[in-house]
Design a protein around this ligand. Sequence first.
Ligand SMILES: *[C@@H]1O[C@H](CO)[C@@H](O)[C@H](O)[C@H]1NC(C)=O
Ligand SMILES: *[C@@H]1O[C@H](CO)[C@@H](O)[C@H](O)[C@H]1NC(C)=O
Ligand SMILES: *[C@@H]1O[C@H](CO)[C@@H](O)[C@H](O)[C@H]1NC(C)=O
Ligand SMILES: *[C@@H]1O[C@H](CO)[C@@H](O)[C@H](O)[C@H]1NC(C)=O
Ligand SMILES: *[C@@H]1O[C@H](CO)[C@@H](O)[C@H](O)[C@H]1NC(C)=O
Ligand SMILES: *[C@@H]1O[C@H](CO)[C@@H](O)[C@H](O)[C@H]1NC(C)=O
Ligand SMILES: *[C@@H]1O[C@H](CO)[C@@H](O)[C@H](O)[C@H]1NC(C)=O
Ligand SMILES: *[C@@H]1O[C@H](CO)[C@@H](O)[C@H](O)[C@H]1NC(C)=O
Ligand SMILES: *[C@@H]1O[C@H](CO)[C@@H](O)[C@H](O)[C@H]1NC(C)=O
Ligand SMILES: *[C@@H]1O[C@H](CO)[C@@H](O)[C@H](O)[C@H]1NC(C)=O
Ligand SMILES: *[C@@H]1O[C@H](CO)[C@@H](O)[C@H](O)[C@H]1NC(C)=O
Ligand SMILES: *[C@@H]1O[C@H](CO)[C@@H](O)[C@H](O)[C@H]1NC(C)=O
Length: 619
Amino acid sequence: MKFFWIFIQIISILNLIHCQTKCLDTFTVTCYCPNENHLINCIENQPTDDMFIDWSRFTFELRDHYSFNFINFTHLTSSTFTNFSWKFPQLNIIELNFLNGIDEIREHIFRLFDYTVNPQIYVRFTSPRNFQLADNAFTPMKYSEIIIDDIQSSPYEFNLNAFHNTTVNQFSILNTKQLQFLSSESLILNWEEISINNGSIINLNLLMESLSSDYLVKLDFSSSSIVHFPSFVNLSQLMIIDLHDNLIHEIHSSLFSNKNLVSAIDLSSNAIKRIDPNAFVQLDFLTVLNLNNNQLRTLGDENQSFLFPLKGKLRALDLANNFLHDINQIGNLSHLEVLQLSGNEIKELNESSFRNLRHLQYLDLSFNQIQSIHSSVFDHTNIKQLDLSSNLISSLQTNSFLFSLSSTLDTLLLKNSRNLLEINWFVFTKLDQLRKIDLSGVNKTDKMWLYNSNDNSSFYWNREYSLEILLNNIQFTNEDYCLSKLIFQMFNNTILFLDPNHSCNCFLFLLRNRISAQNYPICLSNQSIIDDLAKECANIDSYCSSLSTTTTTNIMTTTVKRKDDNENWKIILAIAIPLSIILILLFLIAFFLVKRRRNNETKENVEIKGGIVNILSKK
Ligand SMILES: *[C@@H]1O[C@H](CO)[C@@H](O)[C@H](O)[C@H]1NC(C)=O
Ligand SMILES: *[C@@H]1O[C@H](CO)[C@@H](O)[C@H](O)[C@H]1NC(C)=O
Ligand SMILES: *[C@@H]1O[C@H](CO)[C@@H](O)[C@H](O)[C@H]1NC(C)=O
Ligand SMILES: *[C@@H]1O[C@H](CO)[C@@H](O)[C@H](O)[C@H]1NC(C)=O
Ligand SMILES: *[C@@H]1O[C@H](CO)[C@@H](O)[C@H](O)[C@H]1NC(C)=O
Ligand SMILES: *[C@@H]1O[C@H](CO)[C@@H](O)[C@H](O)[C@H]1NC(C)=O
Ligand SMILES: *[C@@H]1O[C@H](CO)[C@@H](O)[C@H](O)[C@H]1NC(C)=O
Ligand SMILES: *[C@@H]1O[C@H](CO)[C@@H](O)[C@H](O)[C@H]1NC(C)=O
Ligand SMILES: *[C@@H]1O[C@H](CO)[C@@H](O)[C@H](O)[C@H]1NC(C)=O
Ligand SMILES: *[C@@H]1O[C@H](CO)[C@@H](O)[C@H](O)[C@H]1NC(C)=O
Ligand SMILES: *[C@@H]1O[C@H](CO)[C@@H](O)[C@H](O)[C@H]1NC(C)=O
Ligand SMILES: *[C@@H]1O[C@H](CO)[C@@H](O)[C@H](O)[C@H]1NC(C)=O
């Protein structure tokens, strides 16, 4: 096998050499053109002072898309692209990648570009060296993307004047420590999206002041060691702010103004302890707020909270991994659809905790210390997916908080509920939309298979779809078969998920037709074990009746009620759209709106490339 790969590699290297022809060979540069793809590799032979390259000497077939790799170029001047647009008049897409080496870029490197139809220009600098930028180096072009990755010199003084009067869809500076900006007063940077990631920005405010407020739509300064939340007051087009993974510890008021149209803010993974009650008061369009992984202990009090101004606006809120125990301030966020509260210190859910959350569909309360849940806490919500995993809930009672979700709940997660000693399956019969229950890792007791109904009606799972029951990380025994037999008669259309290494016994064998094909138990793939189990389990019923069952299992056998379920497709859709897709949709809508608005205003088709980021998906 190894030899085979070496052989393949030799072939491909030979191929590469064979297929590459020299398509430009001058004193300063040699370019190689492969026959098959768009990629042209140019290597600097000899640095010269003006770095003159006459592209009219380029000899290769002309296409509408070329990607140039300039390897080890040290400096670029206004002569570097001499005759380029004359030689490549047809290019729709020009990709210019500068790998290693760049020390200096002089004025107007694209001065000689003369395209009547604007091609999309993508410029990428990877590991440039000193990267000294002259004023107006990139002026006054329009770029689809400029990426500057891993500047070698540090601390680096970034001359923003090099980009005076440029229009850029996406501008990124990546992996550069200690970034200090230089700029002058009259600077115009028409940039739509700016990302500065994995570095540290010394004078963020200077950059903020230089960005044209008529253009900036999205700003991503994640992982940039930012301590102070910058001011956004004048950025009237800004929609998306991503500041995750920084060092912000406080959010003051007056960072925004009523000019702002911001719809999504990601502040996850900071050190935020305090948010001024008026911090977001001006943001009339804020729909997504992510505060995951911060140090919030409180959301305010009954009189003031930063959440109050967001009432009727916010649709997704992530407060996971903070230190919250009181969440009553959330109750009035009437448009909230997605709420993340996992990893906090919530101990109880009060009657009024979610009092006005009429649109709430996804609620994650996992990894808290919830012991008690008021039976009417969810009365006004329409939750579809409820995650109560890893809490301290001790039983599912007949008077259950779940009943108010009977017409909406489709997924109930109770994973690792170590204190859940009593499960009354009658509760699940009341959930008309239920499709999935996760009981993995619960502390199995003989009260796991209870059925206590509070009326005499009987139950059969007559729905067209089956109920998924996740029971991973639990070992069941023959006794469990006896205890669960009546439960599984009622829930007779189920798919069970068990550990693939679950030990072999009659529970496994007699329920084998219901076990999910993915992760099918290993021991049931062995025919001789199956034959043995078939013999052993033939007499299971007498074994069961010999057991003294301590639990009372009420089964009423009356006629089975039929329910016509024509609207199943809706439920399927609802299930198939997980939280992240909803968020992506929200973002897309936000983007669509802003694009349409801008297009109407400027009658200009601006391409926003890869601009949608699902800011709540990170954990
Ligand atoms: C580019 O420069 C590096 C180091 O200076 C060298 O190792 C590499 O071989 C050069 N690449 C080419 C294609 O000449
Ligand atoms: C290429 O550039 C040189 C120097 O600018 C110029 O003299 C020449 O006319 C150009 N050739 C063509 C074909 O445009
Ligand atoms: C900016 O560049 C455009 C051409 O793209 C030019 O028409 C305009 O005059 C320039 N504006 C300034 C202030 O330099
Ligand atoms: C961050 O940037 C440094 C260089 O400044 C690089 O070594 C490191 O790999 C980068 N980290 C990530 C996660 O990209
Ligand atoms: C916002 O713009 C006004 C005038 O247009 C200016 O006085 C003010 O300093 C700007 N604020 C910031 C934070 O840039
Ligand atoms: C809220 O306001 C009311 C009336 O002004 C006051 O009586 C109460 O003490 C305040 N509560 C808190 C927690 O400040
Ligand atoms: C429930 O109410 C009590 C008393 O009003 C309060 O102390 C507690 O923090 C509330 N719990 C939650 C989760 O809001
Ligand atoms: C929340 O709504 C209730 C009524 O629905 C109202 O009494 C209460 O004052 C509201 N609280 C805030 C902070 O808006
Ligand atoms: C499981 O429940 C029993 C009581 O039935 C308790 O003694 C035991 O500590 C529980 N196990 C865990 C891991 O919580
Ligand atoms: C259930 O049935 C029993 C006996 O069949 C009867 O005594 C009881 O009243 C019934 N309960 C209800 C709620 O119908
Ligand atoms: C479940 O049981 C009912 C009543 O006995 C029966 O009508 C139905 O076909 C069964 N469904 C499955 C999937 O076995
Ligand atoms: C099954 O595998 C899991 C890890 O995948 C392990 O933790 C568990 O102990 C195993 N159970 C048995 C019965 O071997």
